[in-house]
Ligand binder design. Sequence first.
Ligand SMILES: C[S@@+](CC[C@H](N)C(=O)[O-])C[C@H]1O[C@@H](n2cnc3c(N)ncnc32)[C@H](O)[C@@H]1O
Length: 286
Amino acid sequence: MLRTFVLVFVLATALVGTTSLLGQERGAAPLTQILDDLKKAYDANDREKMGQLLKDMSESAQRFERGIGGRARGMGPGGGPPMRGGIAPSTFDSPPVPKTDDDKKILGVLDDMYSNQSRGMMNVSPADGRLLRLLTEAAGAKHVVEIGTSNGYSGIWFCLALRTTGGKLTTHEIDARRASLARENFKRAGVAEIVTLVEGDAHETVKNIKQPIDVLFLDADKEGYIDYFNKLLPIVRPGGLILAHNTSGQAGAMQDYIKAVTTNPDLETVFQNTQGEGIGVTLKKR
Ligand SMILES: C[S@@+](CC[C@H](N)C(=O)[O-])C[C@H]1O[C@@H](n2cnc3c(N)ncnc32)[C@H](O)[C@@H]1O
């Protein structure tokens, strides 16, 4: 552990030169702050805190490498070369344009959450959030089930779509502190009335879901995806979607899930945003 700490400390100190850049990254704590916290955790011999901070640093570094929205530095969207087809990459990065005042308010809350609350929350990237919203709205979803609420960031992206389709979100979270933050965030985004937050171990609580699912989003324990999939596939409606997060970064922990969705003739699966965290998009064929 001591060797790891010294190595991280040296690397981090070297990186401090880029702190201004990293500090500008939306959603990331400035590196100097993480470094300071790391020193304190080391002095207090708080191994759990040190582990969390190392994870934060690793996430920060990965985001910095990719750039916000999951694009590799110096690359065009989807990993292509810059100026592909003569269009500047910045065009592809254009932010969502709100259609109504409510949209504007919700996007503002999402922006604030990503800038000020995402540390330790393991939220999807804004690019992934936009994809979740788009797929949900295009599917005309009436019932989205999310496994892994955290503080409600991805849930609010779903709600942007569900306000339009007249649908509802059922979201599952095991951690009471994150669940409580999520409740606050759903309220301030004005979407609380279309959200049911179920607290507890989702491997158990999903057994109570009776209403057909139009979009299922898996974003909790990666090894558990196969269990959620096996339990919920029967109530995903034909034509519905199963979206699985982190299919690029954490594929190793969900091999059985990936095999299941790529070999079943009742399903069609593609993998999106593979330069970022990755989202497996599976259609349950009609
Ligand atoms: C990656 S985070 C979810 C991020 C969230 N979807 C977002 O983008 O804003 C994973 C969450 O799943 C929760 N979780 C892990 N295992 C769980 C389980 N068995 N049941 C319910 N929630 C679980 C964790 O507490 C954590 O908050």
